[in-house]
Design a protein around this ligand. Sequence first.
Ligand code: NAD
Length: 482
Amino acid sequence: MEKTRITIARGDGIGPEIMDAVLRILFAANARIDIDEIEVGEKIYLSGNTSGIPDSAWDIIKKNKILLKAPITTPQGGGYKSINVTIRKTLGLYANLRPVRSYHPIIPCKSPNMNLVIVRENEEDLYASIEYQQTSEMTMALKIISIPGTEKIIRFAFEYARATGRKKVTCMTKDNILKITDGLFHKIFEEIAKDYPDITSEHWIIDIGMAKLANSPEIFEVVVLPNLYGDIASDVVAEIAGSVGLAGSANIGDEYAMFEAIHGSAPKYAGLNKANPSGLLNAAIMMLVHIGQGDIAQLIENAWLKTLEDKVVTYDIARILKENGITDYKEVGTREFADAVIERLGEEPKILKPSKYPPIKIKIPEIRDVRDTKLTLRGVDVFLDERKLKPSEIGKLLEEAQTEKLKLVMISNRGQKVYPTEITETLLTDHWRCRFESDSEITHKDIRELLERIEAKGLNWIKLENLYYIGDKRAYSLGQGQ
Ligand code: NAD
C-alpha cells in the first residue's frame, strides 16, 4: 500500500526521547509512513532566528503537509515568537482538537465515564494578539471573531461528531456580556446546528459551562469553543484525566495538519529516560487516523491501553497510582515503556474500552460568502487621552465641538457611562470613549470635520472606531448605562 510522507520535529528537552519511542512504535506497527526530519526550536532560536523555524524547514513542512512535532523550549527573554502560533497561522490550522478520556479504573479518575473532545477555534479571538497601550493608564486587546472563521470551526465540530459517531455538540460562549463577538459565535452555532438534526446541540454560558466541564465532564461529547475559552477548557479536562503526559492534540486546516502532545519540553527530565511518551503517541494515533490509517491507529491504541492495563507505567503515572494506594505497578523508563507497547501489538485491552477509529476525512461544506453585506456609517467613537478634566468639562467642550450631523451621545470611561449623567463612584482613568451619532448616514468627511473641531478645543484624540448599522440594526454595543 502507498506510504504517506510526513515531517517530524524531535524538539527540545524530553522531545527527542519521546519522539524516538513513538517512531519505534509506529514502525513496529508497520505504519505506512516515510519521514523527513526538520530542526526547529531552541537551537534555531538561539542562532538568532526569532521564529525558531528556518526557511528550509518550511519547504519540507509545506511539501509533506503533515507534521508530527515534539515539544519545543522557548528560550527565556523576550523577542522569541511561539512556534506553535506561527505554524498554526502560517498553515491555516483553524481547528485544535483535543480528545480527553478517563482511563478509570486503571488510572483512578473522579469522572470514570469522561470521554470528550474539545474543538477549539485556533486562529482568532484574543489570540490575534492585537494589543496596544493607548494612554499612560490604559491598555487594550482586540477580540476578533469573524463569520467565515466561526462557520468553519462550528461546521468542523458537527462534521467531526458525525464522523466519530458522537451524538452531542455543546457550544460555550459569554454572549450575555459579549453580545456582538460571542453573540455571533453562538448565533452561527444555532444556525448550523439545524443542518445536523441527527446530533443534539446545546449552548452553555462559559462560566457555568466550564464549571460543569470540571465537575461532570462525562455529560459532554464534543465541545466547540472560541480560542481563549478552548485553551482553558482543554487544560481543565486534561487535568481531570490524570497526567499532562497522556493527552495528544491535533491542529487541522484545509490542507495541512500538525500533531503534538499537549505538554511542554519538561527540561528537568531531559535525557533521563523518564518522560512518558503517551501524549505524543496519542497525537501520532490521531495523525494515523487523519491520513487514513485507522487500522494501524487502532492496533497501536489497543497495545497502549493493554500496557496501561498491565500497569506498566512511567514515573508520572506511577506517582498517581501510588497516591491512590495502588502498588502493583511496574515503573519503567521511556524506552522500556515503548518496548512494552511494541510487545503488546496485536493484543486488546480487557478493561479499558478501545477507541473505534473510523477512517475520518473531515470535509467541511462551503462556507457562506457574506462580503456584500451593506454597512451604513452612522457615527464614531472618538477615544481621548485626557488627564486633568472632569467628565462634565470634557462633555462641555465636546458639545461645543459637535457638528450639525454628529452629536455627542455619551462619554464612557472603562466602558461605564460617565456623561451626561455624572458618576462619581467609578474609578476614572485617562482614557475616554466619546460617542457621536447621527440619525442618518454620514461620510468620512463628516468624521474629519468633527476631529478638526475636537483638536481645536485642545483635546487629544488617540483612536477612532466607526459605528455602523446593518439594515436598521446597530452593529456596535451600547455603553454600560447608556
Ligand atoms: P511542561 O509541560 O514542559 O512540564 C511541566 C511538568 O509536567 C514537568 O516538570 C513534568 O513534571 C510534567 N511533564 C510534562 N510532560 C511530561 C511527560 N511527557 N512525562 C512526564 N511528565 C511530564 O511545562 P513547562 O515546564 O511549563 O514548560 C517547559 C518548556 O516547554 C517551556 O520552554 C515552554 O515554553 C515549553 N512548552 C512547549 C510546548 C509545545 O511545544 N507545544 C507547550 C507547552 C510548553
